[in-house]
Design a protein around this ligand. Structure first.
Ligand SMILES: Cc1ncc(COP(=O)(O)O)c(C=O)c1O
Length: 374
C-alpha cells in the first residue's frame, strides 16, 4: 500500500551527527534568520505582526487552501486573491489591477516544491510598490532552486515541516530582509515546546495504528469508513477554527525528528519516487504530468497530475493500493466558482497529487504502474 505520509518509525532516513533541518538551512541560507513554529500560518502571523496596520491588504494567489489566509484576517488585513495562469504564474495584469496604496504585501506560493513561475517579477513589483514579498514555501522545506533555498526568496517566508517529515506539526519562519528582521518580536508561540504534550502521545499512537493498518488494505478501508461515518471535528472544515487550533508551539517530538532527519537522503528518495511516477504515467493520455522537468535541488512535495476524469483516476489508484493520492486544493468560498478565477477552479477540479515521500520505495510505484497499464 502507498500511504499519504511517511511513518515516524521509518528510521532509515534519520541519522545522528551533522544532520537535521538546522544544518540544512544554515548551509543553504546562511544569512537568513529563522524561528520554529507549530504551523506555517502562525509563523506567517508573527512574521507580519509588526509590519502591518489593520485595514491594509495582502495579495495571494487564488489557487490556495482556505485556511492559509487566516493569519491575515487575524491581523486585521484584507486578503485579495489574484488570478493565476495554468503554469501557476500570477496573471500579472489581474494582480496589478488589485493593488493600491494600502497593499502591504504580495505572497507567492511554490506549489508542490517547485518555484512559482514569475518570482522575479513579483520581487520587482514589491520593490516598485514598496511592499513586502512573502515567499510561501509550505510545500517543500528542502527545495533549493538556482542556489536559493525556497522560502527565502522574498522579504519573509515560511515552510511547513509537517509536509516533509513524519511529525505532528512544525514550521519555520524565515526573515530575509533587514526591516523584517528588525521588526520581529517572537510571540509565546515561537520556538519548540519544552514539554511532551498529549498531542505528541496521540501522534505516536496514531503512527502505530497507521503502521498496523498499512499492512492491511481492507482494515485501513474499514477504519476510514468508521471515521467518515462519525461526527466530524468542525475545525477540520472551518478555516478559522482550523487556524485557531494551530496556535500552539511546535511539539517536542517534531523538533526531535527534525533534528535527526537526513535531508540529503530524504530529497534523493523523493526525487527517485517522482521519477518513478513519471515513468509509470507517461503512457496515459488521460493524465497530464504538471512538471515534466525535475531540476537539480528540487525536493518534490508530491507528484501532481491533471486528470481528464479525476474521480475515476483516483478510484483506479486506490484499487491499486495508492491510498495517499488526493485532489488539491479545496478553494476558499470567494474563489470557488468565481469566473474571475476560472483557471484556479479548473486546476483544483483536475489536480490529483500522488505521494512521493521517503517512506515509499520506488519499486512499489513501479508495481502500481504494472497494474495501472493493464
Ligand atoms: C500553500 C500553503 N501555504 C501555507 C500552508 C499552511 O501551513 P501550515 O499548515 O503549516 O499552517 C499550507 C497548508 O496546507 C499550504 O498548502
Amino acid at each position: 500500500m502507498i500511504s499519504a505520509t511517511p511513518s515516524v518509525f521509518d528510521a532509515s532516513l534519520t541519522r545522528s551527527g551533522d544532520v537535521g533541518i538546522d544544518s540544512f538551512v544554515d548551509e543553504h541560507a546562511p544569512t537568513v534568520d529563522y524561528t520554529y513554529y507549530g504551523a506555517g500560518k502562525v509563523a506567517l502571523r508573527d512574521g507580519m505582526a509588526n509590519l502591518v496596520e489593520p485595514g491594509q491588504n495582502v495579495l495571494v494567489p487564488a489557487y490556495l487552501s482556505p485556511a492559509v489566509v487566516e493569519p491575515f484576517r487575524d491581523l486585521g488585513l484584507e486578503t485579495r486573491f489574484y488570478a493565476i495562469e495554468e503554469t501557476f504564474a500570477p496573471d500579472f495584469a489581474d494582480l496589478e489591477s488589485r493593488m493600491d496604496a494600502d497593499t502591504v504585501a504580495i505572497m507567492s506560493v511554490n506549489y508542490f516544491g517547485f518555484p512559482q513561475p514569475g518570482l522575479e517579477t513579483i520581487s520587482s513589483l514589491t520593490d516598485e510598490y514598496d511592499c513586502y514579498h512573502i515567499d510561501d514555501n509550505a510545500h517543500a522545506p528542502l527545495s533549493v532552486a538556482d542556489g536559493t533555498l525556497l522560502g527565502t526568496t522574498g522579504d519573509l517566508g515560511i515552510t511547513t515541516l509537517r509536509k516533509l517529515l513524519p511529525v505532528p506539526d512544525g514550521a519555520i519562519l524565515y526573515r530575509t530582509a533587514d526591516s523584517v528582521r528588525e521588526a520581529f518580536e517572537p510571540s509565546s508561540l515561537a520556538g519548540p515546546s519544552n514539554w511532551v504534550a498529549a498531542t505528541d502521545c496521540l501522534f505516536v499512537a496514531t503512527s502505530v495504528a497507521e503502521t498496523v493498518l498499512g499492512s492491511s488494505r481492507s482494515l485501513h478501508r474499514s477504519v476510514e469508513t468508521l471515521l467518515a461515518d462519525s461526527d466530524c471535528d468542525p475545525s477540520s472544515v472551518d478555516p478559522e477554527a482550523r487556524y485557531e487550533a494551530t496556535k500552539v508551539p511546535m511539539s517536542k517530538i517534531s523538533k526531535a525528528v527534525t533534528d535527526t532527519a537526513d535531508p540529503a537522503a530524504i530529497r534523493t528518495a523523493r526525487r527517485e519516487n517522482y521519477r518513478a511516477w513519471k515513468r509509470v504515467l507517461t503512457t496515459r493520455d488521460d493524465v497530464a504530468v504538471v512538471y515534466e522537468r525535475l531540476p537539480e535541488g528540487i525536493s518534490p512535495y508530491e507528484f501532481p497530475v491533471r486528470a481528464d476524469e479525476p474521480e475515476a483516476f483516483q478510484a483506479e489508484l486506490e484499487d491499486c493500493g495508492v491510498v495517499g493520492a488526493h485532489n488539491w486544493p479545496i478553494l476558499r468560498r470567494s474563489v470557488y466558482e468565481n469566473d474571475a478565477y476560472a483557471t484556479s477552479n479548473l486546476l483544483s477540479e483536475e489536480m490529483i497529487v500522488l505521494p512521493v515521500h521517503q517512506g515509499i520505495d520506488a519499486s512499489a510505484i513501479e508495481a502500481v504502474g504494472d497494474r495501472l497499464r493493464r
